[in-house]
Design a protein around this ligand. Structure first.
Ligand code: NDP
Ligand code: BG6
Length: 493
């Protein structure tokens, strides 16, 4: 595995811990080797020391033991170089030739582009031209060449199309793995099993029975040290174009014929194509945006977005967005999908909540102050991974009174742990040649078509009311008013 950007945050925080765990679980071949590439001048020993420190920092001490680290780090190697220079690829090729000498002929090369998006095209062009990932080598299945490309894949439909063009000139589609780490999360995959391996949910999974769907991905963290990136991206590019729309497609898609990459991705793409376009004239009916000001998270005072490092003091970038998507197809006509994502919320939570319609007539009288709650199936993606179903029961007593209760499946209680981290699952899938949990070019482009009009509209119309929510609160009051006016209310996951 050749990691471009081996000195970066993603490599240290996610990729190396994932590889370390896969190695520990015996899921990597004994001669599996990593070649890291980045600009910083380091030799193998310095690189190994840096990754050892990162693993100690990002894994619990009982996992990152001296013994396990001593076993893992000798697999790591390093080449320094700039991705804009041909000499870097010559050095990579030279090093790979040495590393691959004496190995079985069926080993593959997996390139992981953990580099800034501005460098993707340059690196991919050079990879193809230098022969390090040449097509000839790539065409037979063994040995194979695959490339994982990080998000964001483009910053608009136009740029994503251009990047797809660059990638396809260098690789065939079956070699390209566009990663969206939400697809590797256990509970996201469980959504598919829940829908398609049971017979009780699917008959209800449509406009006859579902009132609306809420998909939430909120975080307590702010933009941390990614102010420069976030100023360009904002919440819609950062979370909606990829993670949230992916969750929507899995929730809304028709049953694929098989659990294979193209069958699943065909169905997901159809959902994206069926989303009703949002136009400048309808923006206010379909969306609300916000930006956090100073506030309190977990008892500590935190700064507002506009005073974060590398953020403009009068920034108009949204850190909160709520959007109502309508899917114009037979199954979902008239059912709103409310998608919401934000930074600096009171809790970190990602969930998909399916709210069912209420019974057409309620024969039980409600007393003053009593409410009648609709049934909700909530798929908790993180934390506290699991699935719960809320329904009404009679409370004990001589008269008929109702209360809501929850039937709950909790991953840890049922299985002892939460399964693999997303990056473990996805890296392994790529090594095995299974692209089901990666996004195809048409999906990526369709998702950009959905969000581009919003980004464009908000880009032209600077908000005069930012910041409009305090860090540590559930977002701007206008978002509550907006959803109330549409006959719903936000869940607090
Ligand atoms: P960093 O800026 O932390 O790391 C970038 C890496 O790329 C560094 O190792 C840097 O090395 C190297 N690099 C940059 N330009 C060049 C160049 N011209 N030649 C050689 N090396 C270069 O970024 P992240 O790790 O945070 O992000 C990497 C990718 O992953 C991005 O596309 C990002 O959007 C994506 N991503 C990151 C997430 C995260 O949590 N960090 C989450 C989801 C996606 P050096 O400094 O030595 O030049
Ligand atoms: C990344 C976004 O893709 O996902 C970040 O760029 C966000 O802004 C992160 O914090 C959330 O991922 P997770 O797995 O922590 O929910």
């Amino acid at each position: 595995m050749i990691i471009f950007g081996a000195g970066g945050d993603l490599t240290r925080r996610k990729l190396m811990p994932a590889l370390f765990r896969l190695a520990g679980a015996g899921m990597l071949a004994d001669d599996f080797t990593v070649l890291g590439v980045a600009r910083e001048a380091m030799d193998d020993d310095l690189f190994r020391a840096a990754i050892r420190t990162a693993l100690e920092q990002f894994l619990p001490p009982e996992e990152a033991t001296k013994e396990a680290l001593d076993k893992f780090v000798p697999r790591l190697h390093y080449v320094a170089g700039d991705f804009a220079e041909a000499a870097t690829y010559a050095a990579v090729q030279e090093r790979l030739t040495v590393l691959e000498t004496g190995r079985p002929a069926d080993g593959g090369r997996l390139f992981y582009l953990a580099i800034p998006p501005s460098v993707y095209a340059t690196a991919i062009d050079h990879l193809a031209q230098s022969g390090v990932a040449r097509r000839l080598y790539a065409q037979s299945d063994r040995p194979w060449v695959r490339v994982i490309i990080e998000k964001p894949f483009g910053s608009s439909l136009e740029s994503a199309q251009a990047l797809n063009g660059v990638v396809r000139r260098a690789f065939s589609e079956h070699q390209i793995y566009r990663i969206d780490h939400y697809l590797g999360k256990e509970t996201v995959q469980n959504l598919l099993v829940c829908r398609f391996a049971n017979s009780i949910f699917e008959p209800l999974w449509n406009r006859q029975h579902i009132h609306h769907v809420q998909i939430t991905a909120v975080e307590t963290v702010g933009v941390e040290r990614r102010g420069r990136y976030y100023e360009e991206a904002g919440v819609v590019r950062d979370m909606f174009q990829n993670h949230l729309l992916q969750l929507l497609t899995l929730t809304a898609m028709e049953p694929p014929v098989t659990f294979s990459a193209d069958a699943v991705r065909d169905e997901k793409a159809k959902v994206l194509h069926a989303i009703r376009p949002i136009t400048p004239a309808t923006m206010h009916e379909y969306s609300v945006r916000g930006q956090y000001g100073p506030g309190t998270i977990d008892g500590s005072a935190v700064r507002g977005y506009r005073t974060e490092p590398d953020v403009s003091p009068d920034s108009g970038t949204a850190t909160y967005a709520a959007v109502r998507f309508m899917i114009d197809n037979w199954r979902w006509q008239g059912v709103p999908f409310y998608l919401r994502s934000a930074k600096r919320m009171p809790r970190r939570a990602t969930e998909i909540a399916i709210q069912f319609r209420q019974p057409p007539h309620l024969m039980f009288p409600l007393r003053d102050g009593e409410a009648f709650e609709p049934n909700v199936l909530a798929i908790r993606v993180q934390p506290n991974e699991g699935i719960s179903l809320r329904f009404e029961v009679k409370t004990p007593g001589v008269d008929v009174r109702m209360a809501s209760v929850e039937m709950d499946f909790n991953y840890v209680e049922a299985f002892g742990d939460n399964g693999h981290e997303a990056y473990e699952t996805l890296i392994l899938d790529c090594m095995l040649g299974d692209a089901t949990l990666f996004t195809r070019s048409d999906e990526v482009e369709a998702a950009w078509s959905v969000v581009d009009p919003m980004i464009e509209f908000w880009g032209h119309k600077a908000p005069d009311h930012f910041p409009n929510y305090a860090a540590g609160t559930w977002g701007p009051s206008v978002a509550d008013e907006w959803i109330h006016a549409l006959g719903c209310r936000w869940r607090q996951p």
